[in-house]
Design a protein around this ligand. Structure first.
Ligand code: SF4
Length: 373
């Protein structure tokens, strides 16, 4: 492409002043070769650069997977793969095609089901903080390697259990599996029978607890996955593992299937109280009583103890759509809650006062007969 001689600043100003603005534009257009171009794309000499942008989105394959962190939404997502690397993640857009055992279809309104964290998962897959191999706590490994030494009361010496300060040792999957299997067998053997129950008494356990084991060492094992493991195995994987300990008990005590006992599955309510223990105690139900998509059938929804908009990301739309359909939304919150912005009525309470508010509501409902008997 030929360029005309560049115009100097002085000549530019002289031309602009002498000939007026029209002449100035005409002269500068000539000087900088800015002749009008009807179709810039056709005019450009080389359009290869466009391929760069098109290629950014090119993939070799896709696959569908379940996003299963502890948030319990379990979105079915689609991963896009290029040269063996997941380059992006998006919603699967397949919920509307799902059918139940009776052939009933789900609504497309479940789509697009995903949140910002699901979209950004690739950063965790390939993040430098991801652990890609098995690790054993070094003190625990020494205890296993030393053949499970125990004191007179059955407890292992404390020097092997420096949790929180100990270092970690990288091991193979086979070594990790062997250490876990040997430990489970050792614990079950140690606490089985009369001898095992005597050790539990020596450690100060109540007689009811000791009797509850019914002589099976597997009964002192408590299973509950940590959050990452819950994500991988879903909530029930570790409970199945607990049940399967009955096979170990059968081997150790030589009992049949009618007497073999598994380990104990500690649930989220009673063990680490991630979920409210009072809920199943009072209602007999866990907090899984209804699907959030059902709220649009309610005349009034009280959102209490939950920041729906912030923490139920892919289900947030059910609340806002219910409101569009006329559902009256009441939000009770003590903190800054974005759900309050969707409320017809917002009740701001002080932290710790909600039990009093709940009991007061119950009192008025019962006193004034405001319920459907
Ligand atoms: S809400 Fe987000 S993090 Fe949770 S399961 Fe769905 S995509 Fe994954």
């Amino acid at each position: 492409m030929m360029f005309q001689k560049p115009i100097s600043r002085r000549a530019f100003l002289r031309a602009a002043g002498a000939a007026g603005f029209g002449a100035f534009v005409a002269s500068s257009t000539r000087a900088w070769a800015l002749d009008a171009v009807d179709n810039p794309l056709a005019h450009y000499p080389d359009r290869d650069w466009e391929r760069t942008y098109r290629d950014l989105w090119k993939v070799d394959s896709t696959f569908t997977f379940l996003c299963a962190p502890n948030d319990t939404h379990n979105c079915i997502l689609k991963a896009h793969v290029r040269q063996g690397v997941i380059t992006r993640i998006g919603p699967s857009m397949g919920y509307g095609k799902a059918k139940d055992l009776h052939g009933m279809g789900a609504t497309h309104r479940w789509d697009p089901r995903v949140c910002q964290k699901g979209l950004a998962l690739t950063r965790r897959f390939y993040g430098d903080r991801r652990i890609r191999h098995c690790m054993l706590r070094s003190g625990f490994k020494k205890w296993v390697d030393a053949g499970f030494p125990r004191g007179a009361d059955g407890k292992p010496p404390v020097e092997y259990f420096d949790r929180g300060r100990d270092t970690w040792v990288r091991v193979t999957h086979e070594e990790a599996a062997e250490a876990v299997a040997a430990t489970l067998e050792n614990v079950a053997t140690t606490y089985s029978g009369e001898k095992g129950q005597a050790l539990l008494r020596a450690q100060g356990y109540d007689e009811e607890v000791v009797q509850a084991t019914r002589g099976a060492g597997t009964q002192v094992m408590k299973f509950r996955g940590g959050m990452p493991l819950l994500g991988m195995t879903r909530v029930f994987g570790l409970y199945r593992m607990a049940n399967s300990m009955a096979l170990l008990d059968a081997g150790i005590r030589g009992v049949g299937p009618d007497k073999a006992l598994g380990g104990r599955g500690f649930d989220n309510y009673s063990w680490h109280t991630d979920l409210p223990p009072g809920h199943p105690m009072v209602t007999g139900q866990q907090t899984v009583d209804f699907d959030l998509s059902a709220v649009e059938h309610a005349r009034t929804v009280v959102v209490w103890g939950m920041n729906w908009i912030t923490t139920k990301m892919p289900d947030a739309h059910w609340l806002t759509e219910a409101r569009l359909k006329g559902t009256h939304i009441v939000v009770i919150a003590c903190e800054y809650s974005s759900t309050t912005s969707k409320a017809d009525e917002a009740i701001v309470v002080r932290p710790g006062t909600t039990p009093a508010l709940a009991l007061g509501l119950c009192h008025v409902l019962m006193r004034d007969g405001l319920y459907d008997p």
